[in-house]
Design a binder for this molecule. Structure first.
Ligand code: NAP
Length: 353
């Protein structure tokens, strides 16, 4: 087996390819900025474009390893409006970043490790110790791949276990591939992997796909794709590369071993809200709760946009749209509070629009 060359980052996803040169940070930044944006996917950079154009001089905490977000590990993006021939994910993200920088956004390639949201001045601490202070925050931290949490998953990650078909599919040319999941992601990944694999087996824990009808029909008609229903993967086996998975029938409880060279997990995502637990309102699944159709979180002056809020649509264009909303909400919030309007009234002003 060819070794997948991409190391996995802390999110369990593949580390992105080349990043622009890091901007040197000062150890301490005493300025109280108008806005700091935490996260750098389509939502973060769109918020940066809008706040920069409003002369709010945004700071974007882009992340040390995963700047640009999930699209940095995608190839063709064919459904982002404005690109009739499609565009590569990394190129789209570089364009968005450059567009934000053109209007004065400052992009910092470090991870936020602590967020203090209470009070008028919010504080964002980075892993190099720098603290940024701001009157408003926009959280666009996106989501990470959900993991199965089974034996062999961590030890064999990068050795046949992957969360990204477009990144790693190529390494399994003419080999046996298992995909786990039953939603649109699993079906899309499985269909894509039939380009490479000798066979692709989609293992789903129920007897019906959650995926949209059109994608399911396409997958069911694919001769290289087969389905194992009512089965969960209980372990991924192999010494230094994936050799098989152990499956348990969810109806009979019977276990069996299925030989395979690769396991692609596509079982959904988890919002990246660990730094926010106990600091603002999250829903049962950990997504940030916003007020009405606005991007106001439960903490005045803190806004959220993109996949960290969105259970449902999770598209680059919807993330970009909510990034724009967050910028407009933050701009109005700052103008209202600067004009002496009471905090509650300033929230109500935006939410009522
Ligand atoms: P999803 O719709 O939440 O589906 C997750 C799948 O993984 C479900 O089938 C679920 O099984 C299964 N699953 C979850 N936890 C599991 C576990 N521990 N063990 C085994 N299986 C598990 O997630 P998604 O497929 O990533 O899609 C997310 C959103 O993005 C959806 O709105 C989707 O439509 C959208 N999307 C769209 C496209 C497209 O249009 N091209 C592509 C990808 C995603 P159950 O069904 O039993 O719950």
């Amino acid at each position: 087996m060819s070794q997948p060359i991409q190391a996995l980052n802390i999110l369990g996803g593949p580390a992105p390819v080349a990043q622009p040169a890091p901007v040197a940070n000062t150890p301490q930044d005493d300025t109280i900025h108008e806005v700091v944006i935490v996260g750098s996917g389509p939502a973060g950079y769109t918020a940066a474009i809008y706040t920069a154009r409003a002369d709010m001089k945004p700071i974007v905490i882009a992340g040390a390893l995963d700047a640009g977000g999930a699209l940095m590990t995608t190839t063709d993006v064919e459904n982002f409006p404005g690109f009739p021939e499609g565009i590569q994910g990394p190129e789209l993200m570089t364009n968005l970043q450059e567009q934000a920088e053109r209007f004065g956004a400052e992009v910092i390639y470090e991870d936020a490790v602590d967020l203090q949201l209470a009070g008028e001045v919010k504080r964002v601490t980075l892993d190099d110790g720098t603290v940024y202070q701001a009157k408003s925050l926009i959280i666009t931290t996106g989501s990470a791949y959900r993991k199965l949490g089974i034996d062999g998953e961590e030890t064999l990650s990068g050795k046949g276990v992957s969360w990204c078909a477009t990144c790693d599919g190529f390494f399994f040319k003419d080999q046996e591939i298992v995909v786990v999941g039953g939603g649109d992601s699993a079906v899309e990944e499985a269909t894509f992997l039939t380009r490479f694999g000798k066979s692709v087996t989609l293992v789903h824990r129920r007897d019906a796909l959650r995926a949209s009808k059109i994608m399911a029909r396409r997958a069911e008609a694919d001769p290289k794709l087969s389905f194992v229903w009512n089965s969960e993967v209980v372990s991924i086996n192999g010494a230094d590369k994936v050799e098989s998975v152990t499956l348990r029938d969810t109806v009979t409880g019977q276990e069996r071993v299925l030989p395979t060279n690769a396991v692609f997990e596509a079982i959904g995502h988890l919002p990246r809200t660990d730094l926010l637990r106990g600091k603002l309102e999250l829903d049962d699944e950990g997504y940030i709760v916003c007020t009405g159709r606005s991007t106001h979180t439960s903490v005045p002056g803190v806004f959220a946009a993109g996949d960290v809020v969105d259970h449902t649509y999770r598209q680059a264009i919807t993330a970009a749209g909510t990034g724009c909303q967050a910028a407009l909400d933050a701009e109005r919030w700052l103008a209202d509070t600067a004009a002496g309007i009471d905090v509650e009234d300033a929230v109500a002003h935006t939410v009522a629009q």
